[in-house]
Structure formats: structure tokens, C-alpha cells
Design a protein around this ligand. Sequence first.
Ligand code: ADP
Length: 290
Amino acid sequence: MQLIIENLSKTYSNGVQALKNVSLTLNQGMFGLLGPNGAGKSTLMRTIATLQEPDEGTIHFNSIDVLKQKDEIRKILGYLPQEFGVYPKISAETLLDHLATLKGISNAKERKELIKALLNKTNLFDSRRKNLGGYSGGMKQRFGIAQALLNNPHLIIVDEPTAGLDPAERNRFLNLLSEIGENSVVILSTHIVDDVKELCTDMAIINNGEVLMRGNPMEAIFSLEGRIWSKRIGKPQMADYKKNFKVVSEKMISGKPEIHIYSETPPGEDFIPAMVDLEDVYFSNIFLKN
Ligand code: ADP
């Protein structure tokens, strides 16, 4: 199972170049597409989901030409968009039944079985008769996954699914995603580094419409080993450090900034080798590659 994206470009009518010659090959399993807001993630997700056209480039999923055979890809696609609206006055069970009918599952018994299985999988069975308007953010996102799985998809796209979820809901949602990742290509688009770190065996970092890094998260961390240095500094010194070093990230620890810098040789000045994290990979790509 493989999704091959080649030379994809998109410029919106206002002149914003949202995708610049993006090429990526994704295999079975969970793929993390990581980038800040405005990077081009949703544009890429919507293009793969056949909701908008690129200016140039091709997308193939196995033998399907995604941009030309839209009906074919839609049959095996599950998509959870960034803004997932629900009808507030309908129960989860009723809406899933309706959506399943729309997706062509005409046998009522088959629909009932499928919906029961999906409600169990997403841990919503006990709330199946409750109106969706009364669902929490996490429940709505899990409902979104249940609807995305109705047609037993082989290609699943989830766009920024954990934004706004509390930590417990986020964990539950990520666990659910990791379960469904086993038999399909799942693309998780996010600006949250930890989402990718916890779930994905493969990833890309994208910014300003360009792929800056592509690979295995653990290998990317390993490749930075020995080049990230940390130091606790005073707040007033921050500007000086930013001028003199390649500052990758800054974090407040008990009210005092700890900075991570990139340096191929020991930088001196009491910097100590840092434990490299995926955040260092992310920020060194975002901040140092321009
Ligand atoms: P992300 O999902 O990473 O936040 P988007 O793909 O939504 O990024 O946006 C990429 C860039 O394209 C941003 O600069 C955004 O403002 C712009 N953009 C997105 N959609 C449109 C649109 N429909 N018209 C014009 N510009 C857009």
C-alpha cells in the first residue's frame, strides 16, 4: 500500500503559494505531517481528499490516479477535516446510520452491525443516543473518526485532530488512531510535535509549502545527537544569545528560560549537551533552514 505524491504545487488566487513542488511517498502505517499554522498542511490534505485541485503535480494511491479517478479514491478514503461540524440535534447513532446509507450501505442489518462496531471502537456506544450537540470536543472528534471509518477506508486523513482536546481526551484519541493505523495509510496532520512523536514511524516537516525534512522521527533525533546544547539563562540575556547563537528553542522552567542551541562543535559558555528531542528536530528545521 503506497501513496505517492509528486511535484504538487498550488497558488491561491490571492497569490499565496501554499504548496511548492511537494513530493512525498507514504507507506502503510501512521505518517505525521508536522508544520506550523499556515504551512500548507490543510491544502495538501484537502488535495489528497479530492476536495480541491492543485495547479501541478500528481497523486497516486496504489494503482488509482487520485486527481483523475476521484470516485475510485472516495470509495476507500476516510477523511476527518479540521473543522468537523455535526448536526447538534441528532444522535450519533442516527447520523452514522444516515451517513452509512449515503455511502451506499443499503442493507439495514449490515449498517446496524457496522455502526455498533464503530461506536464500540470509538468508545461512544454508551452515548450513542445522546444528541451530538451535547458531546464534548473529544467525543466529537471520536465521532468524526467513526464516520471516517464507515467505508472501511485504506487511506485515512486526519487534519489537526487534537487541537483543543484536553490531555485525557487527546490520549484516548491518539490511541484510537494508532489502532486504525495498522491496516491502512493514515496521515496525521498536526502542529503538535508530541502527536507525531507518540504515534508515527514516519514523518515530514513542512513549512511555507515546502517539505523541509522527511524520515523516521527516531533517526531524525539521532542525527542531531551531539549538536544540540542547552543552558539556563536570565531573561534579559535572551536577545544576546539569539544574536550570537543558533537558538533552536526556548522553554520556561520554573520561571527561567532554558535555551537549546544548534552547534556542531562545543559552544563553550557553560552550555551542556542536551537530550535531543523531536522538538529540536522540528524547530531546527523551521527556524534554521530559511
Ligand atoms: P495549514 O493547514 O498548515 O495551517 P493551510 O494549507 O491552511 O495551512 O494554508 C497555507 C497557506 O495558504 C496559508 O498562508 C493560508 O493563509 C493560505 N490559504 C489557505 N486556504 C486559502 C484560500 N482558500 N485562499 C487563499 N489563501 C488560502
